[in-house]
Design a protein around this ligand. Structure first.
Ligand SMILES: NC(=O)c1ccc[n+]([C@@H]2O[C@H](COP(=O)([O-])OP(=O)(O)OC[C@H]3O[C@@H](n4cnc5c(N)ncnc54)[C@H](O)[C@@H]3O)[C@@H](O)[C@H]2O)c1
Length: 435
């Protein structure tokens, strides 16, 4: 394929080298004449293992060249990859000036090009940027998106220091687009790579890099805070984290990674508080760990705020224990939610097959007696009774029987706090708390 790559910095240099090595003819474009002449002399523009060799070899093969002439590069290629910088502004916003400058370049060049052109943004951009980019191209060129050109987001996951290796061994290849044909054409560029190619919506692809990098930063900071606590206790933190990583069921796994409601129960809140207090007593600051409980409370508040619109209605709760399959009410976020809503004067009904009030004992009974002493007056004995007596249904745990109940409901809003089942998402009147 004839490809043009905009930006000959880190990502651009790796891209032109590796794409050429995979058999494509690549033209690099940069505003820096120095970088352009480096490439045209067969030299890499960056210091990185193996890239000098690749650029030299592919330059000799005639597969790599560079230019400052964007029009020539765009008209001479069918696919363009954008890898210009997207630095932070002094206030922390993303500076997209280089990206939009390139968009204007495309507008200029596409005015004069007759064939269909695919523009793939490899730079890290915020959600909505591809649409703005396409608008600039349309306004400048008079051409139409998805008729004359298509835009694709194709985020880069390489790390400096191992960039060539990472290019050939990505965790996955992500392509976001509103144009399947363009997405599939771009996917061809990566078909040799040993990684799954995922084609998805533009928004999903655009936010992914931020989700990944924020999580990576969170991992590092979490490990550092654990290390700091361990050090203060003379415990081997590396052994701790090595063992932590061996748990592939709950720790290093998709488990818990589902947007939904607040955590609760008898363990997570208690043990989190225990570690926080331990750190405090050791004079170790743990702001990441301390923020977890705050964000958990915000999730409950988010639900409370949402229910404000149903003030005069009867809210029917499907579940009150902290998760499906248990009658444990201790620190259940649903108990906090219901207690707060009752305090605000809401009329509430509850069904939970696991919670039989006469059978509650010990700290579990004590907990609910302290928080909702008149719980028995609110309970329904079956789902039919709950549905009949309620105006709005609220799902608070993933009990399987609730799926059928929700599917059978007509003309009543359903608020799902836990992503009960994928199949419900398109149901009329269904609202998910964070999806
Ligand atoms: N460096 C990394 O490890 C890495 C990894 C993944 C993603 N990214 C993302 O990729 C993008 C590029 O990062 P980088 O590190 O390669 O940046 P960089 O600063 O090394 O290179 C950017 C290049 O773009 C050129 N440029 C600027 N305006 C231009 C224009 N109008 N036309 C042509 N070229 C132009 C600059 O001269 C420069 O050579 C950023 O969005 C970055 O966040 C970087």
């Amino acid at each position: 394929m004839n490809i043009s790559v905009f930006g000959l910095g880190y990502v651009g240099c790796i891209s032109i080298g590796c794409l050429a090595k995979n058999g494509h003819t690549v033209t690099g474009v940069d505003v820096s004449e120095t970088k352009v002449s480096q490439i045209n002399s067969g030299k890499a523009t960056i210091i990185e293992k193996d890239i000098d060799l690749i650029i030299g070899e592919q330059h000799r093969n005639g597969r790599i060249s560079a230019t400052t002439d964007f029009k020539k590069a765009i008209t001479g290629s069918e696919v363009s990859i954008i890898a210009v910088g997207t630095p932070s502004t002094p206030h922390g916003h993303l500076n997209l000036d280089y990206i939009f400058k390139v968009a204007a370049n495309f507008g200029e060049a596409l005015k004069e090009k007759s064939g269909f052109h695919i523009i793939a943004i490899r730079s890290t951009i915020l959600p909505g940027t591809c649409d703005k980019f396409a608008k600039i191209v349309e306004d400048t060129s008079g051409k139409k998106r998805n008729i004359d050109f298509a835009i694709v987001d194709n985020p880069e996951f390489l790390r400096e220091g191992t960039a060539v290796h990472d290019y050939y061994h990505p965790p996955l290849t992500l392509i976001g687009s509103d144009n399947t044909q363009a997405a599939e054409k771009l996917a061809e560029l990566y078909k040799e790579l040993p990684a799954e190619i995922i084609i998805t919506d533009l928004g999903v692809a655009e936010i992914m890099k931020y989700v990944n990098n924020t999580f990576h930063a969170l991992k590092i900071s979490f490990a550092n805070e654990i290390g700091n606590i361990c050090k203060a206790l003379d415990i081997n933190s590396h052994e701790v984290m090595d063992i932590f990583c061996k748990d592939k069921q709950l720790n290093i796994s998709p488990y818990y990674f589902k947007p939904g409601f607040a955590y609760g129960g008898s363990c997570l809140p208690k043990d989190l508080k225990g570690l926080q207090t331990l750190a405090h007593d050791l004079y170790v600051q743990v702001p990441v760990i301390e923020s977890i409980d705050k964000t958990n409370h915000l999730q409950i508040e988010r639900a409370i705020e949402y229910f404000g619109q149903y003030k005069s209605k009867t809210l029917g709760f499907l579940g009150i224990s902290f998760k499906a399959g248990t009658d444990d009410l201790r620190n259940s976020p649903s108990v906090t939610l219901i207690e707060t809503l009752l305090g605000k004067g809401f009329d509430i009904k509850i069904y939970d097959r696991n919670v039989q009030l006469s059978r509650l004992t010990g700290t579990n009974k004590e907990y609910i007696d302290n928080h909702i002493p008149h719980l028995s007056n609110l309970m329904c004995s079956n789902t039919d009774e709950l549905v009949e007596k309620s105006d709005v249904l609220i799902v608070t745990n993933k009990e399987k029987e609730f799926i059928e109940v929700i599917n059978s409901i007509e003309n009543k809003p359903v608020v799902d706090l836990v992503y009960l089942d994928k199949s419900l998402v398109n149901k009329e009147g269904y609202y998910g708390i964070n999806w």
